[in-house]
Design a protein around this ligand. Structure first.
Ligand code: NAP
Length: 345
């Protein structure tokens, strides 16, 4: 077993609750000695952590689908890590695992926390460590269950997805294509739009930064929108509401345009379209589907293998860069799933 007593852990902690964008001053950087695991525990070294828009919500006080990160706590984050010491017979030194490891170099996952931390060994035959943070990880699970369970697409349906070149969006669009749908993405900028059409096989993409989303929906969804997978909320949601087909399903996955608001969240104005079109709008939280993750991983890994699914990750290096890297999500500067690399594999 590796000697762990000489190791130092570097951590990113939430120093205060942000107002608006979470700038560097809301974080503190700490060091502490690494401790040995007790019986049933494992000590892991983070290779990479996932940076997620949801982190912004976890920084707020108040009731949500998960408790907020406490002031002074290590920031919650999902990671891919290598086991450096184990007192759990299911894991051995050198294993690669996925778990809620936090924004830190080392994570001690004691026996009692293993389930809550979602600790499991990853199978590198199915995907790379970065893909286990993307299509085979939480964003991919969100795409899979949000689209299939909540969106219920049928072959021939028109599926629109916003945040199309991001982590969740890239998998939603490709999965909808696999299921025989016509797919229209919405993304910021020509490079992202070009990628989802030319590389991922979407039928069209609307560059919302170039202007007219309404016209774009009219051009690319002549029969209306059957499924809208909403990652962004705000004005774009209103434009799609105005273009629904009869019986449409809107998956409320996220509303990143609203996460750093200093004013009240902007709700949909065109909601009467739900009535007129006998449509429904439903929220989903990926953690509700944990028991079915293996089914989704199996299916998505199959598409990765047979080439029907591609994945793109945007990797930033260094724990010290955590604050600026996180901001990329809210500025649309990430191209693909945003990953923070912490150590070499
Ligand atoms: P992502 O799409 O990889 O990154 C965020 C993207 O959002 C940015 O790259 C940017 O892309 C876009 N964006 C940022 N500000 C925007 C604005 N004001 N208006 C429109 N677009 C904006 O992130 P992700 O991890 O895949 O997450 C996507 C959404 O899913 C988020 O809302 C997240 O909270 C949600 N989510 C929900 C669950 C759940 O269980 N419900 C789980 C995971 C994620 P552009 O360059 O295209 O603007």
């Amino acid at each position: 077993m590796t000697t762990t007593t000489a190791l130092t852990n570097h951590q990113v902690r939430l120093a205060k609750r942000p107002t608006g964008l979470p700038t560097r001053d809301v974080w503190s950087f700490t060091t502490e000695p690494v401790r040995e695991p007790a019986d049933g525990g494992v000590l892991v070294r983070n290779l990479a952590i996932s940076l997620d828009p949801a982190m912004r919500g976890w920084m707020n006080e108040g009731k949500s689908y998960i408790e907020p990160v406490g002031i002074g706590d290590v920031m919650r984050a999902g990671g891919i890590a290598r086991v450096v010491a184990s007192k759990n017979p299911q894991f051995k030194e050198g294993d690669l695992v996925s778990a809620a490891t936090g924004a830190q170099e080392y994570a001690l996952i004691e026996a009692a926390q293993a389930r809550k931390a979602g600790l499991f060994k990853i199978d590198q035959r199915l995907g790379t460590p970065n893909q286990w943070l993307n299509v085979l990880g939480m964003p991919g699970m969100t795409a899979y269950f949000g689209l299939l369970d909540v969106g219920q697409p049928k072959p021939g349906d028109t599926v629109v997805v916003s945040g199309a070149a991001g982590a969740v969006g890239q998998t939603v669009g490709q999965l909808a294509k696999v299921k025989g749908c016509r797919v229209v993405g919405i993304a910021g900028g020509p490079a992202k739009c070009e990628w989802v059409v030319n590389e991922l096989g979407f039928d069209a993409c609307i560059d919302y930064k170039a202007g007219n989303v309404r016209q774009g929906l009219k051009d690319h969804c002549p029969k209306g929108v059957d499924v809208y997978f909403d990652n962004v909320g705000g004005e774009i949601l209103d434009h799609v509401l105005a273009k629904l087909a009869r019986g449409a399903r809107i998956v409320i996955c996220g509303a990143i345009s609203q996460y750093n608001n200093m004013e009240a969240v902007q709700g949909p104005k065109n909601y009467m379209s739900l009535l007129v079109n006998r449509a429904r709008m439903e929220g989903m939280v990926v953690f509700d589907y944990v028991d079915r993750f293996p089914q989704a991983v199996g299916e998505l890994a199959g598409y990765l293998k047979d080439g029907r699914m591609k994945s793109r990750e945007d990797v930033v290096s260094g724990l010290d860069n955590f604050p600026e890297a996180l901001l990329k999500l809210f500025k649309g500067e990430n191209f693909g799933k945003l990953v923070l690399k912490i150590a070499d594999a």
